[in-house]
Design a protein around this ligand. Structure first.
Ligand code: PSU
Ligand code: MN
Length: 309
């Protein structure tokens, strides 16, 4: 009896990423949930394009990752990027449902967790995002802990972010990362950043101040055979930050709104981000864009440093 053959994974590289892979050029993965669920159109498209440009300017190649009609795309051309930025239908994909979207030929954006899985599958070791998911405030009751944390513990990708959003419980998020053995390295700062703010009030577990040092640390982890990702936390540039005390006022209000509207599960993060956007009259979005651009630059520098063996 012949066994049914396994279906192969429908994975497609953009021309630019395929060429970069062929010549061994540095590549930086980018997530797409930030485009579909993290920012409104057209600011999301402007952000997605400018982040790609910044990575190219540093001598690396951007690979935005998304599932489109069941194909896992590693790198999107401009037409696909624009269509994704406009769509209202995209699923928000994590480890649990990335393969579901592919199997069911759906369209979905990848979170940090799903982007790490796709990047590792595509042989891409560096990834830039805004903020990671983490332990939500009140998680002791809701059990809401992002799958991003488990993914960081198991998948070998360096994730460059601006820390954790202060809508989360940052001390608990750092505790989980420590328990799971994820190195948390702050770039050129003693304190762990809180996304819109440069300082969460918490000391960072580790600090390094050059892309070369980060690349070297990663090589030592590989030499030791230590699996899993690394979290690089890059504080938002000073001129774009919203300080913690001010942000805390808006966050408290947004959390109250989420509770009274009965928001739960996957909808929580997008709901809070939208609330904050309105409360800050768009300033939270400007800061969000600035920090993603800043992370893209650092991620490209790290990818370049890793390629220069
Ligand atoms: N940061 C943003 N906007 C976002 C996210 C992060 O500024 O939309 C997304 C990321 O894709 C992250 C996800 O992986 O939120 C976490 O969602 P959850 O808390 O449901 O795991
Ligand atoms: Mn969650």
């Amino acid at each position: 009896m012949t066994k049914p053959s396994n279906p192969s994974l429908p994975m497609e590289y953009s021309d630019e990423v395929a060429a970069a892979k062929a010549r061994g050029a540095p590549i930086v993965a980018l997530e797409s949930t930030i485009i579909t669920h993290g920012m409104p159109y057209p600011g999301n498209l402007d952000m997605a394009r400018s982040v790609e440009t910044i990575i190219r300017e540093q001598g690396a190649v951007p690979a935005t990752i998304a599932v489109i009609h069941g194909t896992l795309h590693i790198g999107l051309d401009d037409a696909k990027l624009e269509a994704l930025a406009k769509t209202e239908e995209a699923m928000k994909l994590s480890r649990a449902d990335l393969a579901f979207a592919i199997a069911e030929r759906r369209t979905g954006a990848t979170t940090v967790a799903a982007t790490m899985i796709a990047a590792a599958r595509a042989g891409i070791g560096v990834f830039a995002t805004g903020g990671i998911g983490g332990v939500h405030r009140g998680a002791e009751l809701s059990f809401d802990i992002s799958a991003d944390l488990d993914e960081l513990a198991r998948t070998n990708v360096i994730v460059v972010c601006a820390g954790a959003k202060a809508i989360l419980d940052i001390p608990k998020t750092l505790e989980v990362l420590e328990t799971r053995g994820v190195p948390v390295v702050t770039y050129d700062s003693e304190t762990f950043p809180a996304f819109w703010s440069r300082d969460s009030g918490l000391k960072s577990p580790l600090m390094l101040n050059s892309p070369a040092a980060i690349a070297n640390f990663q090589r030592m982890r590989e030499q030791l055979g230590v699996d899993g990702g690394m979290l690089v936390a890059n504080p938002v540039p000073e001129e774009s930050e919203i300080v913690r005390e001010e942000m805390e006022i808006y966050i408290t209000r947004a959390l109250d709104n989420a509770a009274s509207d009965g928001i739960s599960g996957k909808a929580v993060t997008p709901y809070l981000l939208d609330n904050l956007f309105h409360m800050t009259e768009g300033r939270s979005l400007e800061t969000n864009i600035a920090l993603v651009e800043n992370n893209a630059r650092l991620a490209a520098e790290i990818a370049v440093a890793l390629a220069a063996k």
